[in-house]
Structures are given as C-alpha cells and as structure tokens.
Design a binder for this molecule. Structure first.
Ligand code: NAP
Length: 151
C-alpha cells in the first residue's frame, strides 16, 4: 500500500479493525502512517481510548456497523433525542458519529433509508446529548473482537 501511495496511484491508505497496540506496532515499522482506521463503532461500543489515540495521531476513525446492524434502532434514549429534532434513531447515531469526528458508513438496500441516512445536516446534537450517547457504551461488539479473532 505504501508503494501504491508513493506512486500516486492511491490517495490515502489505511487499516481496519486495528486496536491501539496494532497501530503502535505498525507505526514502529511503517514509513507512512495509516490515514484511516475502520473499526466497529456505535453507541454500544464507543471506543473512547482508540478514538482519542486516532485523533492525536491524525488517523481518521471510520465507523463500520454504525447502527450495530440495526440493533440500536429501538433504543429508548435515541428515540427520545430523535423526537426532539424530528429525526430517527439512525439519524441521531449518524449525527453523533459526525460530531465525534468519525466518518460513518451505514449500509442500506432501501432507497428511502439511504436518503434518511444522508439527511444529517439540518440539526445538531447538544453537548449534553452527545455526553448522554457517549455514556451508552457497553463495550458490546456486534462483530468479532480484533484481539481474539479466529482467522
Ligand atoms: N471492516 C470490517 O471489518 C467491516 C465489518 C462489518 C461491516 N463493515 C462494513 O460496514 C458497513 C455497514 O455495516 P452493517 O451493514 O453491518 O451495519 P449497519 O450499517 O450498522 O446496519 C445495516 C442494517 O441496518 C438497516 N438500516 C440501515 N439504515 C437504516 C435506517 N435508517 N433505518 C432502519 N434500518 C436501517 C439495514 O437494513 P436495510 O438494508 O433493509 O435498510 C441493515 O439491516 C458495510 O458497508 C460493511 O461492509 C466492515
């Protein structure tokens, strides 16, 4: 990837499912710091330390399964916050991603929901609402744990 980047064939290179120690190992050996780290990230897995580390190192964190594959969409608190702005729980989560400085990649095969997931720029969560959502963390993964993955 470094070779492709140096040749100008790709604009950015990055990694996925890297914990802090994986990033440190890589940065000890790499010539180019990864620009992106795509990890599972949603209100049940807020990855506070990893997010802070990536911000400090100017590595863009990107959220996969940002909606926890649909499992968070009935959450009472997210619904309540959404009601205040006329937004769905999915939109509240995706807006929380953006306000946390996290790039987000929700997936939907439904045209209306794809539009809904992009309609995030006409409201702003308050600092208190951001803190409330940050505090929903349960360290709960939908996907595999990168430290204990059965390759
Ligand atoms: N790097 C990695 O290791 C890794 C691992 C897993 C996933 N990913 C990537 O992450 C992306 C998203 O992950 P994901 O598909 O697991 O989870 P997700 O985006 O959190 O959730 C997708 C599910 O939520 C539903 N949905 C989407 N928008 C909705 C909305 N506004 N209202 C209600 N339901 C909604 C979708 O159903 P409908 O389609 O019916 O709307 C689908 O069932 C994918 O592009 C995937 O490739 C990366």
């Amino acid at each position: 990837m470094e070779k492709l980047y140096k040749e100008g064939k790709v604009k950015a290179i990055g990694v996925s499912n890297f914990q802090i120690h994986h990033l440190k190992d890589l940065m000890n050996n790499a010539q180019i710091k990864p620009m992106v780290n795509q990890v599972e990230f949603h209100p049940s897995l807020t990855q506070k330390e990893l997010l802070a580390f990536c911000k400090e190192e100017h590595i863009q964190l990107e959220a996969w399964s940002p909606l926890m594959h649909g499992k968070l969409l009935d959450h009472t608190i997210l619904k309540k916050i959404g009601n205040k702005y006329g937004k769905s729980p999915a939109q509240v989560i995706l807006r929380w991603d953006l306000q946390n400085g996290v790039v987000t990649i929700p997936k939907s095969v439904n045209e209306a929901r794809i539009k809904e997931n992009a309609n995030l720029f006409d409201f702003e969560l308050s600092e208190e609402e951001m803190s409330i959502i940050n505090a929903l963390n349960q360290d709960e993964r939908f996907g595999p744990d990168p430290d204990n993955f059965d390759f």
